[in-house]
Every structure is written in C-alpha cells, then in structure tokens.
Ligand binder design. Sequence first.
Ligand SMILES: *[C@@H]1O[C@H](CO)[C@@H](O)[C@H](O)[C@H]1NC(C)=O
Ligand SMILES: *[C@@H]1O[C@H](CO)[C@@H](O)[C@H](O)[C@H]1NC(C)=O
Ligand SMILES: *[C@@H]1O[C@H](CO)[C@@H](O)[C@H](O)[C@H]1NC(C)=O
Ligand SMILES: *[C@@H]1O[C@H](CO)[C@@H](O)[C@H](O)[C@H]1NC(C)=O
Ligand SMILES: *[C@@H]1O[C@H](CO)[C@@H](O)[C@H](O)[C@H]1NC(C)=O
Ligand SMILES: *[C@@H]1O[C@H](CO)[C@@H](O)[C@H](O)[C@H]1NC(C)=O
Ligand SMILES: *[C@@H]1O[C@H](CO)[C@@H](O)[C@H](O)[C@H]1NC(C)=O
Length: 501
Amino acid sequence: MKVLVSFNFLFFICLLQKIVLSQDKLLLVIEHFRHGARGPLKNSYDYQQQTYMAGELTDVGIFQQYQLGSQIRAEYIQNRQFLRPYFNHTEILVYSTDVNRTIMSAYAHLTALYPPGTGYNISVTNQTLLQTPYQNAIYYPIAGGYALPYGMSVFPVHTLPQQGSILPHYCPNYNLLIQANIKQYGDFISNLNAVCNDLYQEVADMINEPINNLQDLMNFEDVMTADIYQQRKLPPQLTYDQINKINILRAISWFVYQTGPVAKALASNGFNFIIQQFKNKINNNSTLKYIVLSGHDSTLSRQILQLNMSNHECQWQRYLNKPSQSLNCVDSPRFGSTIIYELYQSAADPTQNYVMVKYNNQYVYLCEKQSTKCELQEFISRLQYSSGVYEDLCGIISDKNIIDDRETLIQFLAIITVILAIVTALLGYSLYKIKQQSKSQIQYLQEHQLQSPLYNQSDMSRYVELHNMQHNQQQINQPQQFQQQNQQEQQQYTEQGYTQA
Ligand SMILES: *[C@@H]1O[C@H](CO)[C@@H](O)[C@H](O)[C@H]1NC(C)=O
Ligand SMILES: *[C@@H]1O[C@H](CO)[C@@H](O)[C@H](O)[C@H]1NC(C)=O
Ligand SMILES: *[C@@H]1O[C@H](CO)[C@@H](O)[C@H](O)[C@H]1NC(C)=O
Ligand SMILES: *[C@@H]1O[C@H](CO)[C@@H](O)[C@H](O)[C@H]1NC(C)=O
Ligand SMILES: *[C@@H]1O[C@H](CO)[C@@H](O)[C@H](O)[C@H]1NC(C)=O
Ligand SMILES: *[C@@H]1O[C@H](CO)[C@@H](O)[C@H](O)[C@H]1NC(C)=O
Ligand SMILES: *[C@@H]1O[C@H](CO)[C@@H](O)[C@H](O)[C@H]1NC(C)=O
C-alpha cells in the first residue's frame, strides 16, 4: 500500500515536471509522411494480375492516411490547441511529390485535420454574388450555409518537381552512389546473403522465382506487403516468422543501400528547407505553423539515416535477436509512417530554441546524445548542407554552376571560339568544293525527278543537320554505355527512373 502511494506520488511529480516543461512554446510543426498502402511496383509473385493498381493508393491507403491525420488533429488541434480547428492558408503549407498516391494521401490526411463541418461558411447575403457566368446555370443549394456540402474543406497541395526539389528523386549518379555503398558494405552484404540463403531458397520455392540476394527478396517483399494490405492470397507456405524476417531485411536493405552519400545527396535539400523554415519562424518572418511533406519510403529513409534514427547494423542485430548499442533503431517506413519535426522556444530563456523529432509518435534521441531535444543551433550545424550538395553528388550540371565558375566559363568560351574558327574555315572550303561538284549532280537529279529533301536545302543547313545528328548520337551513346554497365543493378533499384517507392 505504502509502495503504491509513493509510486503515485512519484508519478504526480513526473506529471508536474512534464507540465512545467511543456510550457516551452511550440512554434512550428513539420510533418513528413509516407503515403498509405499502395498496389505493388515490383514484378514478382502475383504482380502481373494487378498491374492496374501498380503504385496507386488503395482504399486501405486512404483510410490509413485519414487515421494518421486524425491523430494529428487530436494532438495539435484538440489537445494542444496549437492549430486552429479549421483550415487557414496563413498557417499551413502542403507539398507532395508529383505522384498520384502521395497527392491523394495528402488530401486524405488533411481531410482528417479539417473534417466535414469545418469548411468555409458563406459570408455574403447577396445571392447574385453566388452565381457563375455560366449561362442558364442551375442553382444547387447547399444546406447549413456552407460553401461546400457538409462543410467540407479543400486544400492547396503543391506538387514538387523530380529534379532539385525538397524531395527530389532525379539523380543521374544514383546507381553509382548505390554501387559505392555495395562496395563499402560488401562484407556485410555477403555475410547477410550467406546467413539468409536458406530463407531465400524457401521463398524462391514457394513463388517459383529465383531469389539469390537481398534485392531479389525485396522485389517479392514489395508485392507481399501490397498483397497483405489488400488481403490478397499469399503463398500458403509463407509463415509469420518468415514475413517478420523479410520485414527486418527490408529495413536493412533501405538503410544499407541508401546510407552515406545517397542519403546526403537526396535529403540535403529537404533539411535545408526545414532549417530555413525554422529560421524564418524564430526571426518572426513566418506565419506558418504546420508544414506537410507527402513523400515515400525513400524520402523518409534518407532523413532517418541523416538523423541517425536507424542503421543497417542495429537492424541486423534485431534480425539475429541480439542487443544493439545503437542510440536509436527505428524500423524502415511502413505505409503511413511519419516523421514529425517540432520547433520549440524555451520558456526559461526565450532566446533558446530546440528541436524534437518523433517517428510514428515516438520521440527519438537526437544529435548523438541520450536526449530527445537538440538545440536549434546544433541541429543546424549537423544538418545544414552547403548549397549544391545535391547537384554535385547527383552529377547535375546546372547553369548556375557554370556561371559561378568564371574561370571555367572563360576557358569554355576560348575553346568554343577556336572550334568555331576551325569549323568556319572547313565549312568555307567544303562549301566551295560541294558547289563545284553538285552543279552537275543537281542537273542530273532534276532531269530524273529524284531529288531528296536533303538536296533541296542549302549546303549550310545540310551540314548543320548532319552535325546535329552525329552530336545527338553521341549524347545518346554515352548514357547507354553507362546504363549497360549498371543495367542489372539499375533494374533492382529504380522503377523507370524513379528512386522512390
Ligand atoms: C486566417 O488567418 C489570418 C491571420 O491570422 C486571419 O487574419 C484570417 O482572418 C484567417 N482567415 C480565416 C478564414 O479564418
Ligand atoms: C496517375 O494516375 C493516372 C490516371 O490513372 C495514370 O495514368 C498515371 O500513370 C498515374 N501516374 C502516377 C505517376 O502515379
Ligand atoms: C461557420 O459558422 C459556424 C456557426 O456560426 C461557426 O461555428 C464556424 O466557426 C464557422 N466556420 C468558419 C470556418 O468560419
Ligand atoms: C447584389 O450584387 C449585385 C452584383 O454586384 C448588385 O448589382 C446588386 O445591386 C446587389 N444587390 C443588393 C441588394 O445589394
Ligand atoms: C512579429 O511581427 C509581428 C508583425 O508581423 C509583430 O506584431 C510582432 O510584434 C513581432 N514579434 C516579435 C517578437 O518581434
Ligand atoms: C522572410 O521570408 C520570406 C519568405 O519565406 C523570404 O523570402 C525572406 O528572405 C525572409 N526574410 C528574412 C529577413 O529572413
Ligand atoms: C550522426 O552521426 C554521425 C557520426 O556517426 C555524426 O557525424 C552526425 O553529426 C550525426 N548526425 C546527427 C543529426 O546527429
């Protein structure tokens, strides 16, 4: 009895502490989630029977995002009263990659935050103002004085380009960067393949497809997971234990292939954006309170890696049922997983700001300390990247890079001048030669009505056309060589150039 009382007392003290601490002011929330359940993307098992759903958000996926949005509503609107209970453009900013499933996920998510009944009311009384210029338009009454039926809201969801955005997935060097990781972690991967070979063979026998390595297994995993969420039939022999193992291997796969330069390349813009939003907020230069990024397991995994929230080593210990020394060891992003960044202002010292990050509603340790708080300045110093990191690592030559480098520009211009001079001289000479020759040829062709379109053009444009053809051929050849080298690997990691799933 006494124990129970003192326990309760302790609990009360903890609660009090929590309340005092929570007076720190929440300034900004940035949420980065993965879309909900989708159809499969990899060609394995029963993929061919459901190609019409490839990569598309399913009913369950929509439901999951509504559930996730409802959690956010409960916490940030109802409990903490941080956001208004209805949509206001001054406090919310929404970005999505330009993919159906992420755009739809964003809408389902926001629908939960601002459910029917919270939408705009009609504020005017003059009925004339409610009409459109459409001739003979029929009036559709809406009950309750709302702008939309049931007081629904609509949301501005901005889509992001594939190249250079805050969640980019265009990266010409992608396969090279992955290859570098495969090389660096070669021993780890071959040991893993050896240990897991029995599992590979068991699954291979069930689905009648070769499974020789982790990537092959991941192709099956993609379809298996999509099938599970659609209650499609799995291979009957597949056990719960095997599914569990495959899921841990999925985390290992994400965290070993995407670590280091890959994560840095493709997460740097996102972190620079987050840090810029934090800075704007503390500089009193932003009314925003909630920013949404609707992304993929790839975009989340890279942030997880850069934040040291997980790694392949600790996942491997998990697979082997062994303890791990890792500060954090979160799972790879399942459908509807979410990373939430919170920016706070200290109550004790309002000039002090700190960041907290939670993954699927669990705060993680930050900045290599056993603390869920990281001072904003330290967060910035660890995660702010110099501009151009994405372009440099991904091998994107931007106009900006060329102009920035004046020396290169001058050299470039000098070379161009020399080439132009040579070309002009050669052109002049060949023009003279061809004119002499073609006089007789044209006469002959005209007589026999056999003129080809090329002969109708001037010699100059003929030259340019031929030159362009050669040039284009060279441009096409280069990536082809590169692609052939990496074709096998590329198929493993990208879907028609997508680096996301
Ligand atoms: C949205 O927020 C702004 C700034 O706080 C406020 O002035 C405006 O009235 C709000 N709009 C609605 C529709 O609530
Ligand atoms: C989006 O949906 C359209 C229409 O169903 C489809 O044609 C397209 O392939 C989808 N694209 C992506 C990127 O999801
Ligand atoms: C619409 O009107 C209702 C009832 O007057 C009110 O409670 C609600 O806050 C209004 N909604 C908005 C978005 O202004
Ligand atoms: C309603 O709005 C229309 C269009 O602006 C205007 O012509 C009309 O006078 C208004 N009616 C009233 C009663 O204010
Ligand atoms: C921030 O700016 C608003 C106007 O934009 C002003 O009313 C407010 O006092 C400012 N707050 C601080 C702390 O500077
Ligand atoms: C304030 O925010 C705007 C829009 O985000 C940005 O363009 C501007 O540079 C910021 N100003 C300062 C002083 O940070
Ligand atoms: C993650 O850990 C590495 C050392 O392994 C460190 O250099 C880096 O700053 C850490 N990143 C964060 C965000 O704590």
